[in-house]
Design a protein around this ligand. Structure first.
Ligand code: GLN
Length: 494
């Protein structure tokens, strides 16, 4: 029989649950995510070596909140509860969970009992990423607290004899610097997984699986010009070559010159073996977006128009057997398709491939391009989108990228861009009153795009960028800098 070691992640709707799975896989342990609704018998059948309960948006003591059976904790399988999962574990086992007077949010200092197996090799004093309103006010019987913060007496707890562990913070996000170690301790030491599962077989397996699935079929791939769909396109082209047609929709919401850049890589003069079609649809998009201000509607319109353009292209090609789109985990999670998560924003291109396909050997400059959202500048222009606003934000963004590109240093953001606020304000230029738009500069430091801090861009860089934008971009008389972290902000504006 299959002897693959499995850790099961039970999904209670946390924003970071895909990351939990990813961290487990990084410990070379195979991992699957399943809904909290999965019947206990099914879980037993899967015979996991460990179970992790994720965070979630609900309060576990509320009527109708996602729950789990008490028996889950009696299977003889180690269980680790994270945040909501931690609270639920204590509640179900007879402890008490309450709304806290002080919600804890963001980086938090923590003191840890590092003599425990879960916290082995973790420094006694470290920081963790908190995101909760509720807290464990009384632990379930048999548990002892093994970590606390100023406001949270039970930041981690264990009932070692029963193999039960709870962590109130989020070890899965990289803002908890020691988090990966804690998860490693759990899956490798406590659950006893050997760690013989390997990620690098993923690409080969994917290519083989795609070939098998596609057969002689024709594949139409939606190429938006971003990293995600580019990776999907390359993976597909490696698998099925010219059976693949990539449709690149220039929706008029791309960064400056980006359409031509994408064509240079994927077009007939580029290195890949595939069919490439560029559709110039800017006018069509601007028409559809006329008068639309609400962010979700804008996203929906842009997404729907995408599908429509594909349908038209598909008809021209004749028979198309498969439609492909690429995306990354955070987008899947934020669209609420990752299982139980609350919808933060809808992404029109979910349903794609995991992000570790970056092992494909695609040219570096393509892979390490800044991420760019499917709806493009459409969501970096707050309010109504017009050709004029697109021009402003394209030019301002190009200047910002140029200035950051000239610089070096640890502060260089992982993603940065200019966006257009829908705000106009009064200024003075050449002794004359102006009443023009404000551009906002945003730059973030992040590894996984699930959490992020504003990058500390040096003053001189900001200042040069500001004066160039004001001087070179018509229609702008003010430049702002966004210092919001994610959460509570998102990286993009809408
Ligand atoms: N909703 C719960 C709370 O606010 C759990 C939060 C979480 O899992 N991130 O405490």
């Amino acid at each position: 029989m299959d002897s693959k070691e499995l850790v099961l992640v039970i999904d209670f709707g946390g924003q970071y649950n895909q990351l939990v799975a990813r961290r487990v896989r990084e410990c070379n342990v195979y991992c699957e995510i399943t809904s909290y609704r999965t019947p206990l018998d099914k879980i037993k059948e899967m015979a996991p070596k460990g179970i992790i309960l994720t965070g979630g948006p609900n309060s576990c003591y509320e009527q109708g909140a996602p729950s789990c059976s008490k028996e889950l904790f009696n299977l003889g399988i180690p269980v680790l509860g994270l945040c909501y999962g931690a609270q639920l574990m204590h509640l179900v086992l007879g402890g008490e969970v309450k709304r806290a007077d002080h919600r804890e949010y963001g980086h938090t200092d923590i003191e840890i009992d590092n003599t425990t197996a879960l916290m082995a090799d973790v420094p006694k004093n470290t920081t963790c990423w908190m995101s909760h309103n509720d807290y464990i006010s009384r632990m379930a019987e048999g548990f002892v607290s093994i970590a606390h913060t100023d406001n949270c007496p039970v930041a981690a707890a264990q009932n070692e004899a029963a193999g039960l562990y709870s962590i109130q913070f989020h070890p899965e996000v990289l803002h908890t610097p020691e988090g990966t170690k804690m998860l490693y301790n759990f899956v490798r030491n406590i659950c006893g997984c050997k760690g013989d599962w390997r990620m690098d077989s993923f690409v080969e397996e994917s290519i083989r699986a795609i070939r098998e699935k596609v057969g002689n079929g024709r594949v139409l791939c939606a190429l938006s010009g971003g990293v995600d769909s580019s990776v999907a396109a390359v993976l597909l082209s490696k698998a099925v070559g010219k059976q693949l047609t990539c449709v690149f929709v220039d929706h008029g919401l791309l960064r400056k010159n980006e359409g031509d850049e994408v064509e240079a890589v994927f077009g007939p003069n580029g290195p890949y073996d595939l069919n490439f079609i560029r559709v110039n649809a800017a006018d069509r998009y601007y028409e559809k977006l006329k008068g639309v201000e609400e962010p979700e509607r804008k996203r929906k319109i842009i997404g729907e128009e995408f599908i429509r353009v594909f349908e038209e292209e598909a008809k021209k090609i004749g028979t198309v057997d498969f439609l492909v789109q690429g995306t990354i985990y955070p987008d899947v999670v934020e669209s609420g398709l990752g299982g139980e998560s609350a919808v933060i924003k809808s992404h029109h291109n979910v349903g794609g491939l995991p992000d570790h396909v970056l092992e494909l050997g695609i040219p570096k400059n393509l892979v390490f391009r800044q991420p760019f959202p499917g709806p493009g500048l459409g969501i970096r222009i707050i309010g109504e989108v017009t050709a004029e606003k697109v021009r402003i934000v394209q030019d301002a963004d190009a200047i910002f990228r140029e200035e950051v590109g000239k610089a070096t240093g640890d502060w260089i953001p992982d993603q940065y861009f200019a966006a257009l606020t829908n705000m106009r304000s009064v200024g003075v230029m050449g002794d004359e009153r102006t009443y023009d738009y404000a551009v906002v500069l945003r730059g973030v430091k992040t590894i996984d795009f699930m959490t992020a801090d504003a990058a500390q861009i040096p003053w001189e860089v900001l200042q040069t960028t500001m004066s160039r934008i004001i001087n070179e971009v018509r229609g702008v008389n003010r430049v702002l800098f966004d210092i919001t972290s994610k959460p509570p902000g998102t990286i993009e504006m809408e």
